[in-house]
Design a protein. Sequence first.
Length: 228
Amino acid sequence: MAPPHPSFPFRWVLPSIQIVVCLALLWPVRSYLLFAIIESIHSYSSPTVKIRAASDSKALNVIVPPITPEEQRRNDDVVARLWETRKMVPLALDFPVLVVQLPYILLNPAKREWVPRGMFPDIWRALSWPFAGIFFWWLLGRGVEALAAARRSVAIPQISWVETGFALILFGFGLVALIGILTSTPDDRRDIQFVALVTGGLLWGVLATATIAARFLQWRSAKRSAAA
């Protein structure tokens, strides 16, 4: 008789929670993200022509009411603060996306990840990382399910050595992030990108221990069964 699966489907719940959280936090700045997508698409079709706000408003059939320069600056400041705060979320929650891009970044002469033409890197991360991160949250869910099952001496799902190796890499980044936090300066803590990176590294360093522990328990259980 086949051993029962874990009762709670972490591999489906965790990715769903992640994508919902990211979309909910980025929803208030959706207009800013949409405009960035339009500019990027336009840069591929007509690289030498700049998009003008008036033409965009007309094309989208949006009437922009006149505002004073002071109101414009105030609105820009609010949007900038909102964006600076919310763009941290995908960077921290989906930190493994950066890890898998490191070989490309190191080999790239520009020392940066691939970004569509005409788009800032932080915008691209906010748009793409929540969806790319679904895979890594799915792997984490498998690890949590395996850990819960291993406590009942059930090796389902079976954690592979590839998953374990990647979890060990994330655990190593977590240690580096912890050292970065302990040795950071006040100026570093005011850098929102630095805070997001060390937070994501520390978060996933902790989460990766579930997969590592599950693989260890499965290995120990298999060793005991072979000895018996």
